[in-house]
Design a protein around this ligand. Structure first.
Ligand SMILES: NC(=O)c1ccc[n+]([C@@H]2O[C@H](COP(=O)([O-])OP(=O)(O)OC[C@H]3O[C@@H](n4cnc5c(N)ncnc54)[C@H](O)[C@@H]3O)[C@@H](O)[C@H]2O)c1
Ligand SMILES: [Zn+2]
Ligand SMILES: [Zn+2]
Length: 362
């Protein structure tokens, strides 16, 4: 007996998303059905709607979710009905060329449910980032469901499933921010603010927030940014140099996804500094860099996929940090909304009114 749920579907490029009836198959071997309790609206969902990720419409959106395991297929170890979980868009396979070399955080063959969820007429859905959680029930590979402490409420815990993990991990795992480092974060949305929170937790001495929106910069300060720069009013590269004795930062994190912010992050580094790209570019974007600076500045230019996280290791760690008061997940939740409000939440995101709108299901 398959399940029917309401789900938020993007039908074609740029078209407003809407609620549709979807079918969720019973879990086959290695799969689990999760009853979604909360799912945050991430900018990547908007990228999907706009065709900036792939053209595999229709998409079932939503990928920042917490919920309860409702049913499991055969052969599932370490997960039981009733478990409280955060969904991960990477479930390392253990056997690909990256996993076998001991780098499961890059896993090139991450596990997803093998069976498709479909529209009522049987059309297969492409679930955003292999999850698809703007719906009452979703089907995932069991390894995507990561058990965490149920004391953390779902609207906070779910955010760890994407934006918070991506930003926090970009600073701590990919950027390797250490005690005493100077850090700049370009773009202070949910992802950038999580990078700020991560840099603060790692002991950075200075954390400089750059955005175009004064409201975003105010929120960035609340996450622990020591200095803020409005790039509409000041050249951020010059301002960062002034704040760092003329040198630039040890770690510059790009959390927008634009060539100009990438270039600013590139130029804002100290010698041997690290640039971490988290922002997802549009496939049409190009960047040109002076080769002499690539060499002369040294350091590292890195991209961060999912904060180089291991969900099974890092999700419980971040939930515990939240429960101990070290990571303020509640501060990311600008509003809670219903399943029918996702399109309006995209508009609010574009207008800069929210850090995270979080869909809460009854
Ligand atoms: N790499 C990953 O694994 C991963 C995971 C999740 C999200 N992302 C990506 O990270 C990016 C940020 O996501 P988000 O949910 O925080 O988005 P968001 O829209 O909430 O935040 C983007 C922020 O950038 C600011 N901004 C825009 N143009 C700017 C400019 N020229 N200079 C400075 N700031 C500028 C905006 O004002 C906004 O505050 C997106 O591209 C998203 O797709 C990447
Ligand atoms: Zn693998
Ligand atoms: Zn996301």
């Amino acid at each position: 007996m398959s399940r029917e749920s309401q789900g938020v579907v993007a039908r074609s490029k740029g078209e407003p998303v809407g609620l549709e009836t979807i079918r969720i198959p019973d879990p086959a071997a290695g799969e689990a059905v999760v009853r979604v309790q909360a799912c945050g609206v991430c900018h990547t969902d908007l990228h999907y709607r706009d065709g900036a990720i792939t053209d595999d419409y229709p998409f079932l959106l939503g990928h920042e979710a917490a919920g309860v395991v409702e049913e499991i297929g055969d052969g599932v170890d370490g997960l039981a009905v009733g478990d409280y979980v955060v969904l991960a868009w990477r479930a390392p396979c253990g056997t690909c060329r990256s996993c076998t070399r001991g780098r499961p955080w890059y896993c090139f063959d991450s596990r997803n449910a093998a069976q498709p969820m479909t529209l009522a007429d049987g059309t297969p859905l492409s679930p955003a980032l292999g999850i698809g959680a703007f719906t009452e029930h979703t089907l995932v590979a069991a390894g995507q469901a990561v058990r965490v402490d149920p004391a953390a409420q779902p609207e906070a815990a779910g955010l760890i499933g994407c934006g918070v993990m991506a930003g926090w991990g970009a600073a701590v795992n990919t950027g390797g921010v250490r005690r005493g480092d100077t850090v700049a974060v370009f773009g202070c949305g949910g992802v950038g603010d999580a990078a700020i929170a991560g840099a603060v937790m790692a002991g950075a001495r200075k954390v400089i927030a750059v955005d175009l929106d004064p409201r975003k910069l105010r929120w960035a300060s609340e996450f622990g940014a020591t200095d803020v720069i409005n790039a509409r009013e000041q050249d951020p590269v010059e301002a960062i140099r002034e704040l760092t004795d003329g040198f630039g930062v040890d770690v510059a994190i790009e959390a927008v996804g634009l060539p100009q912010t990438y270039r600013q992050a590139f130029d804002a580094r100290d010698l041997a500094g690290t640039l971490v790209q988290v922002g997802v570019p549009d496939p049409s974007m190009q960047i040109e860099l002076p080769m002499i600076d690539l060499f002369g500045k040294g350091g590292a230019l890195k991209s961060s996929w999912y904060g180089d996280c291991l969900p099974g290791r890092d999700f419980p760690l971040l939930v515990d940090a939240y429960l101990r008061g070290q990571l303020d997940l509640d501060r990311f939740v600008s509003e809670t909304i219903g399943l029918g409000d996702v399109e309006e939440a995209f508009a609010k995101m574009e207008r800069g009114e929210v850090l995270r709108s979080v869909v809460v299901l009854p």
